[in-house]
Design a protein around this ligand. Structure first.
Ligand SMILES: [Zn+2]
Length: 235
């Protein structure tokens, strides 16, 4: 085996609907790196997804967190408990929120929003804030900066894509021309869009970041929300 780039699937109930997200697995001879890891409580699903490929959480060598949102880092602390050798990566800007050294910006935003919500949305807002408070922080072991080059899957370049959060990063697998977008790009009805504009901390930055990714003209964009834009590699 040379290497594999695999889209995993995590489904979690959300109110009356189901929320689906797609972490990516970068698997080569030396490294087994997961990019983002689902919600609080997603550990079991990740174990099942890995088992489909004959892998376990203990075999993971790294976990990249594109940013500190609950649907991306929700299971990080649980994964680290199962596999203490797991090396956790993020940008230096996101690390203080991932480790909760600073109050997560998303929680701050949700708490501020709560004050302005109409009465019929107050319960939902409160439940959202409570959920964000339950996200378990985890220490970041190593920083990824813009233009850093990792040796994963034939070469992986880090691309700073701020906007959704200030230190958001995406990954570019140069050999196969695949971008792992995180929340810098989502797919809606097959079209690339900014993920959740209402939660985006800086919309101008987010637009620039989306354009930066599109200007790469990659063969495929693996979007955490929405799936693959372009041609997916066989799983
Ligand atoms: Zn997200």
């Amino acid at each position: 085996m040379e290497y594999k780039i695999i889209r995993l699937v995590i489904k979690a109930p959300f109110g009356d609907t189901v929320n689906t997200v797609y972490p990516t697995l970068l698997w080569d001879e030396k490294n087994i790196v997961l990019v983002d890891c689902g919600f609080i409580g997603s550990l079991t699903t990740i174990e099942k997804e890995l088992a489909q490929y004959g892998l376990t959480v203990k075999q993971l060598t790294g976990l990249v967190l594109t940013h500190h949102d609950h649907d991306h880092m929700g299971a990080a602390a649980a994964l680290k408990r199962v596999n203490p050798n797991l090396k956790i990566y993020s940008s230096p800007e996101e690390a203080p929120y991932i480790s909760a050294q600073d109050k997560p910006l998303r929680l701050k935003q949700a708490e501020e929003l709560q004050e302005t919500l109409p009465p019929d949305q107050q319960d939902f807002g409160r439940a959202f804030c409570d959920m964000l408070r339950r996200v378990e922080p985890v220490p970041v072991d190593d920083f990824l900066n813009d233009s850093d080059k990792m040796d994963w899957c034939g070469g992986c370049r880090i691309i700073a894509t701020p906007g959704h959060t200030p230190g958001h990063i995406s990954l570019f697998l140069e050999k196969d021309s695949i971008v792992i977008t995180g929340d810098a790009m989502a797919l809606e009805e097959g079209r690339p869009v900014i993920a959740n504009p209402q939660f985006t901390l800086d919309l101008n930055q987010a637009e620039n970041s989306l354009n930066k990714l599109l200007s790469l003209k990659a063969n495929a964009y693996y979007c955490y929300h929405g799936g693959v834009y372009g041609k997916e590699l066989p799983r």
